[in-house]
Design a protein around this ligand. Structure first.
Ligand code: UD1
Length: 385
C-alpha cells in the first residue's frame, strides 16, 4: 500500500516517534514508544463527532466515515432510534463507534463531551426533531431542541477549538421555488412549519457565528428527499408509529402493516398530477458528508461558510415512485388518490451542478435499486422472507 505520501517523523528524546500520513482518506497517527526494547504502537484516526449518529442518515454516515478511516464518536439521546443500531454499524464496518447518550440541549453534558474527547477534528450535526406535523403542534419543543443544540455545540466548538462543522439542512428552506431546478443561489422562502423554520434559523446561526469567528468553518448540506437503506439491510429508516414520509409508508403497506397508501393529490400542475420530489439514496447522501468533512479538514473550502444541495437532479412524481416500486420489487401496492396534504409543495428538485463540480460528489444509485434496498430493509425488520 502506498502510505509514503506525507510522512513526518518527530523524535522526542528517542523515546517517542510520531508518524502520520494520509492513505486514501485514512488519516492516521502512529505512536511508537520504545520501552526497554519493546515497541508499543498506537494508531489514531481523525475523530469526527456525529450528533444524531444512531438516526437514519446519521447511522449511514457513520458507516461511510468508518469505511474511509475516520474514528467516530456518536452522541444521540435515542429519542427516535435505538442502541441496536450501534451493533449493526459494528456488523457492517467491524468497528464499534464510541457512544454517548444524552440530549444536546444539556450544556453541562456537551461541555463534558468536549473535555472527554479533546481530539475531535470536526462535527457532523444531525441531531434534531424532524416531524413536520408535530412541530406545528409543539413549536417550542422544536425551537428549544433544534436551536439550543446547535448553539451549545457552536459555543463549545469556540471554547475547545474545534474548527469544523457540517450541518444537516433541508431543501425545505426553499419552500415552493419559482424556478426549477433549485440552485444554491435560489432564494429561501418563509418556512411552512416550525420544523422547516428551525432549519432556516440554524443555517443563519451557523453563518453568523462563522462570520464572527475566523477560526470556524462550516458546510450546510441541503438534503432533498433521502430514501432507501444500506445494501446489507442492517441499518435503515425506522419511523416510530405511522410513517409520515412516502417511502416508509410504501414499504409498510407492501409488508401488510398498512391497508393502503394514500397518494396525496393528483391535481398538481405536473405530468401525472401527483407531486414531484428529488429522491436521493441515503448511502449516496452519507458519502457526501465524508466528502464535506474531507473538504474542511484539507482546507479545500472556498469560503468559511458554504452551502451545497444534495439531490439527484431528477424530479420524480409520487405515482412514478409507486410504479417504480412495483416494477423493481414485483410487489403490487394497494393505493388510492386522496386530497392533497396541507403544507405540501407541488414540485421541487435539485440543480446538482455545484455539488458535482465543486464538491466532486454525485449521486450514483438508481431509483430502482434504492427502492429495492428500502424493501429489503422493511422485509428484514418484519421478518419477511
Ligand atoms: C417532508 C417535509 C420536509 C422534510 C422531509 C423529511 C413536509 C411539507 N415536508 O418532505 O420538510 O425535510 O419530509 O424527510 O412535510 N406522500 C403521499 N402519501 C404519503 C406520504 C407522502 O402521497 O403517505 C407524498 C407527499 O404528499 C409528497 C411526497 O409523497 O408529495 C413526499 O412526501 P414525504 O416523504 O413526506 O416528504 P416531503 O413532504 O417532501
Amino acid at each position: 500500500m502506498n502510505v509514503a505520501q506525507n510522512i513526518v517523523f518527530n523524535t522526542v528524546d528517542n523515546l517517542l516517534i510520531t508518524c502520520y500520513w494520509k492513505y486514501k482518506n485514512e488519516w492516521c497517527f502512529l505512536f511508537y514508544i520504545f520501552v526497554g526494547g519493546i515497541v508499543i504502537t498506537f494508531k489514531m484516526n481523525k475523530q469526527i463527532l456525529v450528533t444524531g449518529g444512531t438516526g437514519y442518515i446519521g447511522s449511514h454516515t457513520v458507516v461511510e466515515l468508518i469505511n474511509e478511516g475516520y474514528e467516530t464518536i456518536i452522541v444521540d439521546d435515542l429519542s427516535n432510534s435505538s442502541a441496536e443500531v450501534l451493533e449493526n454499524i459494528q456488523k457492517i464496518t467491524g468497528t464499534m463507534p464510541a457512544f454517548e447518550q444524552f440530549n444536546l440541549t444539556d450544556k453541562v453534558k456537551v461541555e463534558e463531551l468536549f473535555v472527554k474527547y479533546p481530539n475531535i477534528e470536526a462535527i457532523i450535526h444531525f441531531a434534531a426533531s424532524k416531524a413536520v406535523g408535530e412541530s406545528v403542534q409543539k413549536p417550542l419543543l422544536y425551537y428549544q431542541n433544534n436551536l439550543v443544540s446547535l448553539i451549545n455545540l457552536l459555543e463549545c466548538q469556540i471554547k475547545y477549538g474545534v474548527a469544523n462543522i457540517v450541518f444537516s439542512s433541508s431543501c425545505t428552506v426553499y419552500g415552493q421555488p419559482n424556478i426549477l431546478p433549485v440552485t444554491e443561489l435560489t432564494p429561501r422562502k418563509d418556512a411552512e412549519s416550525p420544523y422547516g423554520n428551525t432549519k432556516r434559523v440554524n443555517e443563519d446561526i451557523l453563518k453568523d457565528t462563522i462570520a464572527a469567528n475566523s477560526k470556524l468553518k462550516g458546510i450546510a448540506l441541503r438534503y432533498f428527499n433521502p430514501v432507501g437503506a444500506h445494501p446489507t439491510a442492517l441499518i435503515g429508516e425506522l419511523p416510530l408509529g405511522v410513517p409520515q414520509n412516502l417511502v416508509p409508508f410504501i414499504t409498510q403497506t407492501a409488508a401488510g402493516l398498512r391497508d393502503e397508501l394514500k397518494v396525496f393529490g393528483d391535481k398538481y400542475d405536473t405530468p401525472d398530477g401527483s407531486a414531484i420530489r428529488d429522491y436521493i439514496n441515503v448511502v449516496d447522501l452519507a458519502k457526501a458528508h465524508v466528502v464535506a468533512i474531507d473538504r474542511l479538514l484539507s482546507g479545500k473550502n472556498k469560503a468559511n461558510y458554504e452551502i451545497f444541495n444534495l439531490g439527484t437532479g431528477n424530479g420524480v412524481s409520487v405515482l412514478e415512485i409507486v410504479n417504480s416500486f412495483e416494477k423493481s420489487t414485483g410487489v403490487k401496492l394497494n393505493y388510492k388518490i386522496v386530497d392533497k396534504r396541507v403544507g405540501d409543495i407541488e414540485k421541487i428538485w435539485a440543480d446538482t451542478t455545484y455539488a458535482n463540480e465543486e464538491l466532486g460528489w454525485k449521486s450514483e444509485t438508481s431509483l430502482e435499486d434504492t427502492l429495492l434496498s428500502a424493501w429489503k430493509w422493511e422485509k428484514k425488520v418484519r421478518g419477511i422472507k
